[in-house]
Design a protein around this ligand. Structure first.
Ligand SMILES: N[C@@H](CCC(=O)NCCCC(=O)O)C(=O)O
Length: 248
C-alpha cells in the first residue's frame, strides 16, 4: 500500500466560490517522486480533528504560498509589509505542524512552510528581507514560472546535518521565491543550510523521530529534473513509507 501524505491548502476566492486549493507542482512531486498519495487538507482550523487526521496519514507536506503568516502569531503588529495574509491557512497549518511534530509524523515544509514551522515552534519572521543591509534579493523574478523558479543561488549545507545525509553534498544551487525569512530560530529547530548572505535556508526539528525538515526554497518545482530536489522528495517518501510500516 502506498503511504498517504496530508498536503496543506490555501484559501482562494474564484468564480464566486471559496476554494481550498494547492498548486499542482506539490501534488506531482508527492505523487511522482515521493511515490505517495497526496491528500488535501482543507483550511477548517480547529474544526479539523488533527488526531484523527494524523492517525491516518504517513506524512505532512506544508506547501509554499504567496501569503505570509499573520505577525500576531509571533508577537508582532501587522503592517502592509506583512501582507497578504491567509488566516484560515494559519489556523490550520500551525496546529497541524505542532501536532505532527509531537506525534513524529514525517514532515516536509516548503517556503511559507519553513516559515510556518518556525512560527509554530516559537520562532519569529523578518519581512522584506531584500531590504536588509547586505542581503541578497530572494524574490523570484521573471515572466514565466520557469524563470521565477529558476535555480538561482547556492546554499551551504551544514556538515553532519540531516540534509547533508539526504543530499550527500555540502553545497547545492536552489531557487528562491520569498521576501520573508526566519528571524529568531525556534528553540527546537536547528539550522541545516544557509545562503551566502546568512539567510536560514533549511532547518530540522531537533530529536525528531523521523524526517522533519523545512526548506526555504522550492524542491517541488524541479523534483523531476534536478537531482537535489528529487532526493529531498525521495527521502520524504522513504520516511513516509517507514512511518506507514511502523503504524501497521
Ligand atoms: N510568503 C512568503 C512565503 C514564500 C513562498 O512560499 N513563496 C511561494 C510563492 C510562489 C509564487 O510566488 O508563485 C514570503 O514571501 O516569504
Amino acid at each position: 500500500m502506498k503511504p498517504i501524505v496530508a498536503v496543506t491548502t490555501d484559501i482562494k476566492e474564484l468564480d464566486d466560490y471559496t476554494w481550498h486549493a494547492t498548486p499542482e507542482q506539490y501534488l506531482r512531486a508527492a505523487l511522482e517522486v515521493a511515490d505517495v498519495i497526496p491528500l488535501l487538507v482543507p483550511c477548517f482550523g480547529d474544526k479539523l480533528d488533527l488526531n484523527s487526521l494524523l492517525a491516518r496519514v504517513d506524512g505532512v507536506l506544508i506547501t509554499g504560498s504567496r501569503s505570509n503568516v499573520h505577525p500576531s502569531h509571533y508577537g508582532m503588529t501587522p503592517t502592509e509589509h506583512h501582507e497578504p495574509f491567509d488566516e484560515r491557512r494559519d489556523a490550520t497549518s500551525l496546529p497541524l505542524i505542532r501536532r505532527a511534530v509531537e506525534l513524529g509524523v514525517p514532515l516536509l515544509a516548503i517556503c511559507r512552510g519553513i516559515q510556518e514551522l518556525n512560527v509554530a515552534m516559537g520562532g519569529t519572521l523578518a519581512t522584506e528581507i531584500q531590504e536588509r543591509a547586505g542581503s541578497m534579493d530572494h524574490r523570484g523574478h521573471g515572466a514565466t514560472p520557469d524563470e521565477r523558479f529558476g535555480l538561482k543561488h547556492t546554499v551551504q549545507i551544514k556538515p553532519g546535518s540531516c540534509l547533508a545525509g539526504v543530499l550527500g553534498a555540502q553545497e547545492i544551487t536552489v531557487n528562491s521565491v520569498h521576501r520573508q525569512g526566519i528571524s529568531e530560530l525556534a528553540p527546537r529547530l536547528q539550522v541545516e543550510a544557509v545562503a551566502p548572505d546568512g539567510t536560514v535556508e533549511a532547518v530540522s526539528v531537533i530529536d525528531a523521530p523521523g524526517f522533519a525538515i523545512g526548506v526555504q526554497w522550492h524542491p517541488e518545482y524541479w523534483a523531476s529534473r534536478d537531482a537535489a530536489s528529487r532526493r529531498i522528495f525521495e527521502a520524504f517518501g522513504e520516511s513516509a513509507r517507514q512511518h506507514a510500516a511502523s503504524r501497521r
